[in-house]
Design a binder for this molecule. Structure first.
Ligand code: SF4
Ligand code: SF4
Ligand code: SF4
Length: 369
C-alpha cells in the first residue's frame, strides 16, 4: 500500500477537522515562572571596579583543570605557545572570560554631568566585562536538554552539567540566550564546558575561585538577594562619592573604599530572561559589552507552555494519527475501486491487458493483409 502526498495532506486536513472542538482539550495554563531558589547564590560583577588583571580567568582555569589556549596573534608578538588568557572569548577550554572594549566611555561625552565629563575625558580607558554562565533562574538549557544532563540545584539554584548523562545533542548550546555552553569538538568524547559556579568549593564552605582571586571586589560572591541589595546600594550612591566595597564575598572582612561610578541604572540579570544568579553592573551600555537585550520572561517558560498545550490536549498526536488513518482508508478505497473495475492487483499501466483471443487473431490477420 502506498501513501501519496496528496492523500497524506488530505488525511492531515481530515484529521484536523475530525478533532473538532471536542478533541482539543481546554486551554492549558501557562507554566508558572520559576522563582529564585531558597538558598540561591551567585556573583555580582561590577565592571567599574574591574582592572582587567584576569586573575579570575587564571584561577578558574587552575581550579577546573583547563589548559591554556593558543592565540596566533599573541604567539607572534610574544613568542609564547598558548596562554592562560589566550582566547578571545569563551571556548571549550575557557569557562570565564574577561573581555576588554576600548573607547566606550566616549559615548557619554555629550552628557552634561561633571563627573561624567571626567570619565569621558579618560575615554581611552578600557571597559571590561566578565563572561560566564549566568545561572539563569529559569534556564533555557535545562528546559532544552532531553536527558536532564543540565539541571538546576533546587537549593542553590546553580545550573550544573552532568557529562555522564549528556548525549552530545548540543540543544543547550542552541537554547542558551547568552551563548555560553561550549562543546569540545576537538575531543573524541566531547563534553559541554560551562561555569558550574565552583559548586565543589561552595559545598565545602568556600567561595568560587574567581571571586577568591579577584583583588578588587569586582567579582563578588554572595546570596543572590543580598547581591541585588548590594547592587542597589551602589546605584543609589552619588556618582563621584566614596563608598565602601566588599572584596571576594559580601560577608568578607576584606573591604576597600572606592569612588562611585556613574552606573547604568540597572543590574543586568536582575530581570533579564526571568533573572540570573550571575549579575553585572557597568557604567557603559550593557549591549556594548556584548550582553544581549532580553525580555524579562524566560523563553523556556513560553516554549514549555506551548509544548504542554499541544501534548496536554493530545492535539499533535491525534492530528497525526487521524491523518494517517484517513490516508490509509483513501488508499485502500482506490484499490478496491480498481478491483471492482476489473483492474486487480498488478493491473497497473505496465500489466498486459487480457484480450479476446478471437479478436486478437482477427487483428493479426488484418495486419497481414
Ligand atoms: S546562561 Fe545559558 S548555560 Fe547558563 S544557565 Fe543560562 S541558559 Fe544555561
Ligand atoms: S565560579 Fe568557578 S567555574 Fe565559574 S567562572 Fe568563577 S572560577 Fe570559573
Ligand atoms: S574581575 Fe577581578 S580578577 Fe577578574 S579581571 Fe576584573 S579585577 Fe581582575
Amino acid at each position: 500500500m502506498s501513501i501519496d502526498r496528496r492523500h497524506f495532506l488530505k488525511g492531515l486536513a481530515a484529521g484536523a477537522a475530525s478533532l473538532g472542538a471536542g478533541s482539543i482539550a481546554g486551554p492549558v495554563a501557562a507554566r508558572p515562572a520559576k522563582a529564585l531558589a531558597p538558598g540561591a547564590v551567585g556573583i555580582l560583577y561590577d565592571a567599574t571596579q574591574c582592572i582587567g588583571c584576569k586573575a579570575c580567568e587564571v584561577a578558574c582555569k587552575a581550579h577546573n583543570d583547563l589548559p591554556p589556549v593558543e592565540n596566533p596573534a599573541l604567539d607572534q608578538v610574544y613568542g609564547v605557545r598558548g596562554a592562560w588568557d589566550g582566547g578571545d572569548d569563551l571556548d571549550s577550554r575557557t569557562m570565564n572570560k574577561i573581555k576588554a572594549y576600548p573607547g566606550l566611555k566616549t559615548v557619554e561625552a555629550s552628557r552634561a554631568d561633571a563627573v561624567l565629563a571626567e570619565s569621558a575625558a579618560a575615554s581611552d580607558e578600557l571597559s571590561f566585562v566578565k563572561r560566564a554562565c549566568m545561572h539563569c533562574v529559569d534556564p533555557n538549557c535545562v528546559s532544552a536538554c532531553p536527558v536532564s544532563a543540565m539541571t538546576k540545584d533546587p537549593q542553590t539554584g546553580i545550573v550544573q552539567y552532568n557529562p555522564d548523562a549528556c548525549i552530545g545533542c548540543r540543544y543547550c548550546q542552541i537554547a542558551c540566550p547568552f551563548n555560553i555552553p561550549k562543546f569540545e569538538y576537538e575531543k573524541t568524547f566531547p563534553q559541554i564546558v560551562k561555569c558550574q559556579l565552583c559548586t565543589d568549593r561552595i559545598a565545602e564552605g568556600g567561595i568560587p575561585a574567581c571571586c577568591e582571586a579577584c583583588p578588587t571586589g569586582a567579582s563578588l560572591f554572595g546570596r543572590v538577594e543580598d547581591l541585588r541589595a548590594e547592587g542597589h546600594r551602589r546605584l543609589a550612591a552619588e556618582p563621584g562619592s566614596r563608598l565602601e566595597y566588599p572584596i571576594h564575598a559580601l560577608d568578607s572582612a576584606d573591604t576597600k573604599v572606592g569612588t562611585v561610578a556613574d552606573y547604568r541604572p540597572h543590574i543586568y540579570g536582575e530581570t533579564e530572561t526571568g533573572g540570573t544568579q550571575y549579575m553585572l553592573m557597568a557604567d557603559v551600555p550593557f549591549e556594548k559589552l556584548g550582553l544581549p537585550t532580553l525580555d524579562n520572561e524566560s523563553s523556556a517558560r513560553l516554549s514549555e507552555t506551548i509544548q504542554h498545550t499541544l501534548y496536554g490536549g493530545m492535539v499533535a498526536p491525534t492530528l497525526l494519527l487521524g491523518g494517517l488513518v484517513y490516508a490509509a482508508y483513501r488508499n485502500t478505497r482506490d484499490e478496491r475501486e480498481r478491483a471492482d473495475d476489473g483492474l486487480g492487483e498488478g493491473a497497473g499501466i505496465d500489466a498486459p491487458v487480457t484480450t479476446n483471443p478471437k479478436s486478437a487473431s482477427e487483428t493479426k490477420e488484418g495486419s497481414r493483409s
